[in-house]
Design a protein around this ligand. Sequence first.
Ligand code: NAD
Length: 426
Amino acid sequence: MTSPEPTADQSLTSVEYRMREAGAWLQLEDGVIENLIAPRRVLEVSIPIRRDDGTRVRFTGWRVQHNITRGPGKGGIRYHPSVNREETVSLAAAMSLKTALMNLPLGGAKGGIAVDPKLLSPRELERVTRRYVSEIFAFLGPDKDVPAPDVGTNAQVMAWVMDQYSIGIGHAVPGVVTGKPLALGGSLGRDSATGRGVVEAASLACQTRGTSIEGKRIVIQGFGNVGMWAARLAVGWGARIVGVSDVGGVIASEKGLDVDALVIAKQQGIESVVDAGVGEVIARGVEHSADVFALPSDIALPCALGDAIDAREAGLLTAKYVIEGANGPLTPAADDVLNDRGVIVVPDIFANAGGVTCSYLEQCQNYAHLQWDEDEVNASVVSTMRSAFKRLHAFSEEHSLSYRRAASVLGVKALADAHQLRGLHP
Ligand code: NAD
């Protein structure tokens, strides 16, 4: 199979291509892979709200339950101007593969609104969130579909989701959402979980080559929840963060950026790392954000949005390991370029699964009305990542498959097995 031609909606093309490739490798019966690729349910909703100045405005939102054969839907809610149906379907499909690969008893879902949250006041953001939840209310529930934060949403947004849903049900339902504040039944360790998993994935990949991340030079695209925590934890492991980029541009330091100073500047509300006064600003503007991968480095962590690295960016990338913190940051064409150069790519459906693993632990705590301590949660996230990597690495070695292909095959196989066992209704 050759890589698909890039299209406007590369992310959907990529996940379909990878699932189809896995289905062919598994020699699934006719029609099975098409059934697994097709989303089970796609809901498009209109979200009218009144702005603070009294005028009306309308946004469009989606909630997609891609696969719910193995358990309730699970996936984030994204607020970003570029959110659309195809992207939401592709992110939901990736969640189906991720929960299957990680052996979590959950399905795959995703939601989002095409809106720039930075252009809304906090009260407008709350109104948008509440109206969105009321529109998708019938879809949600601890046993049906459980959202979480993603790009542009946070614990406060999850608190509004929980409240709006609970009002409809008539009592508090903390388990309808994960990534919520601790005071509402959130889990300790959730903030850092995705970044922790990304660093663990980098460490596991290095270990298979007889090395560690200590002393390694790391470049990161995206300094939000995932990128920031990955940077903090990697520094704790003795790595050097030599470049960081985000919507504002790229900063770099050969000696290693002062990550603590960057974190403080972020907490003080800077828009972009280029405004932090840390390291050297080597480019300004979102169009240069991928230039960070051209800096001399050992490990690259794309932790921003999908399709960040296509064949061109892959050609410039200097790292020997790429760990996908974001969902879908590499196109299949980029995979081909990096594969040919012997670069080890650890795919998103494993590398950023620390987040959904911790979300699952949050669901378990909510079901049991318990709160586990932070060390227990962190240890459980790490041990789940290690077990999944053991299976992934062994399968990749046994069948001489890249981690990408091995992960897709294992994910698709778990979904196909579940479908086969449950049978086809009617
Ligand atoms: P976030 O909103 O906290 O941060 C996003 C970061 O990416 C910001 O630094 C922003 O400046 C940067 N960014 C946005 N658009 C960009 C662009 N076009 N070019 C360069 N940089 C850009 O989001 P997050 O929660 O850190 O999520 C980042 C990625 O990780 C997303 O792909 C998300 O789906 C994925 N992910 C997140 C979690 C989680 O727990 N938060 C879990 C799994 C996967």
